[in-house]
Design a protein around this ligand. Structure first.
Ligand SMILES: *[C@@H]1O[C@H](CO)[C@@H](O)[C@H](O)[C@H]1NC(C)=O
Ligand SMILES: *[C@@H]1O[C@H](CO)[C@@H](O)[C@H](O)[C@H]1NC(C)=O
Ligand SMILES: *[C@@H]1O[C@H](CO)[C@@H](O)[C@H](O)[C@H]1NC(C)=O
Length: 494
């Protein structure tokens, strides 16, 4: 992905992209996104104290992996609508830094699931699964607390008589598992309506209510009031409305739905009609909130903001170029990332860290020495690698030929560790080694098309505005590519 050569066109494109970006770093998610943006002020109320399960992405807008995750994360948010909250915290905002630190965020993006535990203390768990919509949806659905009572023939009598005047609702079903939809409804009505599930095999209980078909949802309003059979579709909004005649759902601070509620409802309605015409769905197979059918075509988010993808750092594969940029008597500080030409995981990590750092500084209009990708298995740079007595699969060094020093990065390639190493160089701190004289060439002229990543005020070029289209030169990782991502199957049915 980073293996393009140093050429003027690329350099201009990168500079143009940078100069067209706004200086204040906006969050990754738009107001209209199904992902709820949470900050330090409302985290406690919206996530920590919620009765619902949430997944929270801690991110930085300049982070390439975060940008790559965005389409999948928004898709997960749409699929989890009504079931769980999908939120994001921008850790680049000063006001959120303490929260991100408190949550133990060490890299971006970090995904955590949060759900209520005993005594109101939330249970926070890291999500380290695949960064696909399906992976996230599956993991989150798995973490939706289950307050649905399983009632059998044996305990139907006691179930009906306890808390006689409390409203109850029972789903009669052929399924042995409890759907995410029913679990989320039980959470909405915690301590208001007791939600239960009874299997078709429980003949006595089924006969008691005269149940003939499945699934059937019955509301027992409490006391001596008659039971009411639900005749709508098994959709969250409709079912909640139906239950509301017996009690109001808990006042959740940000209902587990998208902010663009109206819009998405309309969209869902339209979709519904289309679906019905094509093939009427049985209520049973339709748990709308987890369905992803025909979503692809209507997915495109509004194009309001340019993509902010860190362009990869330039690669040098030519010995003369390397000399011109970094290894002559007049050359200033250069950072060289020695990687195998076939990259590999650590190489990708290191290159991404550097690309994001360069991008961050460029956006802040801070001048920073250039970073280059070089290959220790390429003749242009292998002699440098050898003279510095390097041997790792991935090695990062800073070289200043003018002053005759070099520095060796010896961390674990996390963004933080690379950043603090770079910062130390900027502050002229840390250990320097003497650069072997043999590496320094007398060639002095720097070429005109130097690709130092810096912002040039007068270059203004249009930037692509399709938020989901990756910018040229910054390919998303395959796993996060929407096209490569498998369709999320219908999740759980009633
Ligand atoms: C979440 O709640 C727990 C227990 O109530 C509290 O200890 C913790 O500080 C809260 N976390 C945040 C980020 O507000
Ligand atoms: C439940 O309440 C109704 C009406 O208040 C009453 O007739 C019935 O006996 C009660 N049943 C039980 C088991 O308490
Ligand atoms: C959570 O559930 C309790 C009942 O267990 C309810 O009193 C409370 O209002 C709910 N909280 C929210 C934020 O909905």
């Amino acid at each position: 992905m980073h293996a393009f050569n140093l050429n003027p066109t690329t350099a201009i494109a990168a500079v143009a992209l940078l100069s067209a970006l706004p200086t204040a770093q906006a969050g990754l998610y738009l107001k209209s996104s199904p992902v709820v943006q949470v900050d330090a002020k409302n985290y406690d109320r919206i996530i920590n104290k919620s009765n619902h399960t949430s997944v929270v992405e801690f991110y930085a807008p300049w982070c390439g992996h975060c940008q790559n995750l965005k389409p999948a994360y928004e898709k997960a948010a749409r699929n989890l609508e009504g079931l769980a909250r999908v939120a994001a915290v921008n850790c680049d905002e000063d006001e959120n830094k303490q929260l991100c630190g408190m949550m133990g965020v060490k890299g971006f993006p970090t995904l955590k699931t949060v759900r209520p535990g005993k005594k109101g203390k939330p249970i926070v768990e890291d999500y380290n699964g695949p960064r696909t919509a399906k992976g996230i949806v599956d993991a989150v659905v798995d973490k939706i607390n289950n307050h649905v009572k399983r009632v059998t023939d044996k305990d139907i009598d006691s179930f009906l008589s306890t808390k006689n005047d409390t409203a109850k609702a029972i789903l009669f079903t052929e399924k042995g598992t409890t759907s995410a939809l029913l679990r989320s409804i039980a959470i909405d009505f915690l301590d208001v309506i007791t939600i239960a599930q009874i299997r078709d095999k429980e003949t006595k209980a089924n006969e008691l209510f005269g149940i003939k078909s499945y699934p059937t949802f019955v509301l027992l309003p409490g006391g001596d009031k008659e039971s009411i059979v639900y005749d709508g579709e098994l959709k969250k909004d409709d079912m909640v409305k139906f239950l509301s005649q017996a009690g109001q759902p808990n006042p959740d601070p940000a209902p587990v739905k998208s902010k663009g509620d109206k819009k998405s409802e309309k969209k869902a309605d339209k979709k519904d009609k289309k679906d019905k015409k094509a093939a009427p769905k049985s209520a049973e197979s339709n748990s709308e909130s987890t369905s992803t059918e025909s979503e692809e075509s209507t997915d495109a988010p509004p194009a309001e903001k340019p993509v902010e993808v860190a362009p990869p750092i330039p690669a040098i594969t030519d010995a003369d170029k390397l000399t011109q940029e970094c290894l002559n008597r007049k050359a200033h500080t250069c950072v060289l990332a020695f990687v195998p030409s076939a990259h590999g995981e650590i190489a990708e990590k290191a290159l991404t860290d550097l690309a994001e750092l360069a991008f961050k500084h460029a956006r802040a209009k801070r001048h920073l020495f250039p970073f280059f990708e070089v290959h220790h298995d390429n003749e242009a740079s292998e002699s440098v690698f050898k003279s510095l007595e390097l041997s790792g699969e991935v090695e990062i060094v800073a070289i200043n030929a003018k002053r005759g020093w070099w520095r060796h990065y010896e961390g674990d390639f996390t963004p933080e560790s690379v950043e603090s190493w770079i910062d130390a160089i900027r502050l002229n701190e840390g250990a320097k080694k003497k650069l072997p004289e043999s590496l320094i060439s007398e060639v002095v002229e720097k070429p005109a098309e130097s690709v130092e990543v810096k912002v040039e005020e007068d270059v203004k070029v249009e930037v692509e505005t399709e938020s989901d289209t990756p910018t040229k030169g910054a390919e998303p990782t395959p796993e996060a590519t929407p096209a490569a991502e498998s369709k999320v199957p219908k999740h759980e049915e009633l």
